[in-house]
Design a protein around this ligand. Sequence first.
Ligand code: ATP
Ligand code: MG
Length: 713
Amino acid sequence: MEWLKELNEQQKEAVLSTEGPLLVLAGAGSGKTRVITYRIAYILNMGLASPANILAITFTNKAADEMKERIKRLVSTQSFSEMWVSTFHAACARILRMEAHNIGFSNNFVIFDTQDRNQLLKECFDKLNIDTERLDIRYVSRQISNFKNQLIGPSDVYRYGEVDGRVVEVYKLYNKLLREYNAFDFDDLLYYTVVLFQTNPDILEKYQNKFKYILVDEYQDTNHAQFYFVYLLSQKHRNVCVVGDDDQSIYSFRGANIKNILEFEKVFSDAKVIKLEKNYRSTKTILSAANEVIKNNYYRKSKKLWTDNLEGEKIFLYSAFDEVNEAEFVASSVKNLIESGLSPSEIGVLYRTNAQSINFENVLSAYSVPYKVVGALRFYERKEIKDIIAYLRLITNPHDDLSLFRIINVPRRGIGNSTIEKIKVLSEEYGVSAYIVLLERAKFDFDKKTYEKLKGFISLIEDLKAEAENLSVSQTIKLVLDKTEYLESLLSSKNEEEFQRAKNIEQLISAAAIFEEENEEPTLQNFLNSITLSSDDEDTQKEEKVSLMTVHAAKGLEFEVVFLTGLEEGLFPLVRAEEPIEAEKELEEERRLCYVAITRAKKLLVLTYANNRRVFGRLSSRQRSCFIEEIPQKYIQVVNSPIIKTHQKFSVKINQAEDFSINNLQVGNKVQHGKFGVGKVVWLSDDMREVIVDFEKIGQKRLLLSYANLKRI
Ligand code: ATP
Ligand code: MG
């Protein structure tokens, strides 16, 4: 096993201590994941177990695939198909596929996603006559999820203190219906696997015997159910190895409990603890910056983390005028770096919320840079965006059946599947669009109650059509949101996922506002066309792509160059409306996120923020993030133009002594405007919000700088 040389002493000890409980508690980039991978390879190579005896848990499916690949490279002659390397959810689903009949489900159960789950909850509310105005459905959803993550069943709820009785009612009914549908939601996969083990000792024993070696990566982000699952399974052989970093615990909003890692030694009293202190990933500068930031957290185990790596470049900081300028800076830099030989897959663009991806997507595609959005759909493929776009399409063309069926019951207006089926049949029969069926036939072919609902839908679309005629695209989107009340429910949500959905819609409006500025004929039809085009250039299966992702999705990954964007107060750290509770703790979680983000970078870290950002299409001025202030000045170099790479060094591109940012626009500068062409700045307001440009073609024009999207030339 030549490859044992690729480990330092502590890592080797962790790999070789195969028997008994082991905790590896260590900072970012210190080789925790490497320890897990090599440990599995070692166990197999030594013949301590066969692949079927291994259970390795990773945080994402992608990480699982990567780990499997690495192990295969280290181990020669084994059949790997029997080795379980997966997420908790996938492992539990696999167990339940074989065993669910023991707890009253059938093995061919279905798994409910968030949408199915919300729909079912709504059904429960209806059945129990609970008004969704009086009890927030998402609140209940969150409560139920918390209960399940803590292994608290409906009948145990009261033992855990004050709980709203209606929540318990819903919880009971919800679980009953899930059982009737033979369905599990995500939380159930773990919950019921634990129930299975608890109620069937023989089955538990079977799996305890099978899994001689259990390994868990990113242990700091496990919840109670996951802890208990591991605990139960490891009771026989007790060869359980967990690795993690309390500073990277970033999923408490999903019930992750940092106690699991901090109290591992209590639960497994004979546990061995190994600390890794050498970071192999980042330059000294990047690591120091990360250490300086995380130092500000009070709730943490302090740890040493050092590196032998070079000092490296300073951390670049770019102050953008607005989010478009930010995206242009990032995209130009990315393009330069790729042109100078860096592989696109070595570049990561990180942001705090999914909604921010759209600006980068737009500019990167304009620059023909290959990219992928990791862990999320591309912007225009997201459900809420598709919903809104379906409304817009229907407004421009009511005979677009696909769009009609997409939103006829979104948000829910009581038009069920059987009605929809019937509309389809009728439209087939008469050879007309569904819309015509609704207009002409609804009165005759549906019962009164259904007819009323259909009529409501038709008049909604008719109203939208009529009003949209005199509105801009962004105003039309707002109108759709108003009339359908699409946004209301999402905005008030504390559920991360729904909150992100609301943010996405907000971004769509901003994108429309930008579109209006940049296009000569900013009609709704043209807007829809432009969207169709940008979502159409589907990837050509080339692997080499720039990764765009949220910081959450970047956990465990690493890139040569990382752009950490949107570093503004309110955005990163993210502040949610009406959420002052435990502000301090939340700030600490945001700071851990920032630590995760910074430590993804190997050679170069680039920080950006926008001084202005559109919120629902309206520009608001921003303050840069407190996290930037926490990095000592000496590590930072402010840059004004895109980054390039020359030989081994990164630097900025100084283009005819001009800087790229329009922050420093001055009277006399030559600029280009998407619609009006080339012109010269003749006046600037003191606050830099307004500008008068003398265009060659059309003469003087007063513009709002933030919207005009001027480029210096
Ligand atoms: P994170 O906390 O971000 O999950 P980690 O502790 O899991 O990080 P790894 O991803 O395992 O760290 O390792 C970080 C980088 O350092 C990887 O590129 C890995 O290949 C490299 N590395 C780890 N250990 C060594 C070593 N002993 N020698 C050389 N390179 C190493
Ligand atoms: Mg790791």
